[in-house]
Design a protein around this ligand. Structure first.
Ligand SMILES: [Zn+2]
Length: 430
């Protein structure tokens, strides 16, 4: 098949003035008002914003081991429909991605699916058990070139192991992504600890269980001169600690999920396990602090924590339901609603927080690049004026645990181009 050329007519890069953009040979070949369309398929992009293809630092693809909930194929198709051209796959699969062989397997599955780049994250400790370091160097040297390591789902709670991991990854410019949860402080936890958890009779997950680890780990990163990334920041207190660490000049980055930017613990009153997530939904004051921190750059990026679960694990009583919710197909509309429509972030800011920063943190060259001539043609075309209603039956994910079913959301992902090739056109997989 010869390489297809696409001419995006009337497209508005980062919401700016309309231009024509030519995609050829996997690159942005030309940008301007008088770009020649000869030989190209013309895509009417009038009114559509172009953003760099989104990059998710925190996706659970569930393969191998839990293909009933998601596969690399279905998860990356969901990613493409959400405007993503790269996702980082968390290692809490079965078996756990803690060896070079396993991360290469996930990386190859992603390449074969072809919907976006799949960059595996390696486990920090063997089996994510927190007892001894996994073969970090072998994963870094593998074909998957792992640069991000995380025991996500579990915290690397042993301070000595965390220190050793931080020291180890310095050798190849890696980063440890921490699920910050002091495990003793969250035993039996079911929701945010506060007045409401008392009223509802559910075990509390206190803010300090997150903040204590965030504080410890930014200190460790500063001490050994290494990079730490804090996953799914959820409290106003964590924001203060990250802000302080950055003022010290330490190499600390942080992410926030779309759901922590929008939803609050009050939804737990329904006892509907769709709202059970780890870390839990917090208070409105936390949501406001997280929005401000994302806007001012204290929090570097949005990461979905896309966590598909089968019905048997989610449609059950609250206490035994698995924590987690889908995120890939709704992230950009949620960010529009929470940050853009509220005036906190412009479209250049969205591109920075959802593409440029996560690509940089994960060391993924070629993604999150400017929409300029010569750059790789990873981009999303988005209609911020559209509105749609989330329909569980129409999600590409193999699971349906979205908290937004039946909700009207702003914005529509119209097309996604991955390496110059459309993975999504007119809102549908190609
Ligand atoms: Zn986590």
């Amino acid at each position: 098949m010869t390489a297809q050329r696409y001419l995006l007519d009337g497209v508005r890069p980062l919401g700016g003035e309309p231009v024509r953009m030519l995609l050829a040979d996997g690159r942005i070949a030309a940008v301007g008002t008088d770009v020649d369309a000869a030989g190209a398929e013309v895509v009417d992009a009038a009114g559509l914003h172009a953003l760099p293809g989104l990059v998710d630092l925190h996706t659970h693809l569930r393969e191998p081991g839990r293909e009933d909930a998601e596969t690399v194929e279905t998860g990356t198709l969901a990613a493409a429909l959400g405007g993503y051209t790269a996702v980082f796959a968390m290692p809490n699969t079965e078996p756990c991605a803690d060896t070079a062989g396993l991360v290469e397997q996930v990386w190859r599955l992603g390449r074969d699916a072809g919907h976006c780049d799949v960059q595996p994250i390696g486990a920090v400790t063997v089996g994510r058990q927190g007892e001894r370091l996994a073969e970090l160097g072998a994963m870094a040297d593998s074909a998957a070139r792992v640069r991000v390591f995380s025991d996500d789902g579990n915290c690397v709670s042993d301070a000595v192991l965390m220190r050793r991991a931080l020291e180890y990854v310095k050798a190849f410019g890696g980063v440890v992504a921490q699920h910050a949860e002091e495990p003793r402080l969250t035993e039996g936890a079911q929701m945010n600890e506060g007045a409401l958890s008392g009223v509802l009779g559910l075990g509390g997950w206190p803010a300090v269980a997150e903040e204590a680890i965030v504080a410890r780990d930014v200190l460790l990163a500063g001490h050994v001169g290494s990079r730490v990334h804090i996953c799914h920041l959820s409290t106003a207190g964590s924001v203060e600690i990250v802000r302080w660490a950055k003022e010290k000049g330490w190499d600390v980055t942080a992410e926030v999920t779309p759901h922590h930017l929008l939803l609050t613990e009050d939804l737990v009153r329904s006892y509907d396990p769709i709202y059970k997530v780890n870390p839990p939904l917090r208070t409105d004051a936390d949501v406001q602090a997280l929005r401000q921190a994302l806007a001012d750059g204290t929090i570097d990026c949005v990461a979905t924590d896309h966590a598909p679960h089968s019905l048997e694990h989610k449609e059950t009583e609250w206490a035994v339901a698995s924590p987690g919710m889908l995120g890939l197909e709704t992230a950009l509309p949620i960010v529009q609603q929470a940050l853009v429509d509220t005036g906190l972030l412009d479209w250049a800011g969205v591109a920075d927080r959802m593409a440029t920063k996560p690509a940089a943190i994960g060391g993924l060259a070629g993604h999150g690049r400017p929409l300029a001539e010569g750059e790789p043609a990873h981009l999303v075309l988005y209609d911020p004026a559209a509105e749609w209603t989330v329909d569980r039956a129409r999600l590409a994910s193999r699971s349906t645990n979205t908290p937004y079913a039946g909700h009207a959301l702003p914005g529509r992902i119209v097309a996604t181009f991955y390496g110059g090739r459309p993975t999504v056109l007119d809102g549908k997989p190609t």
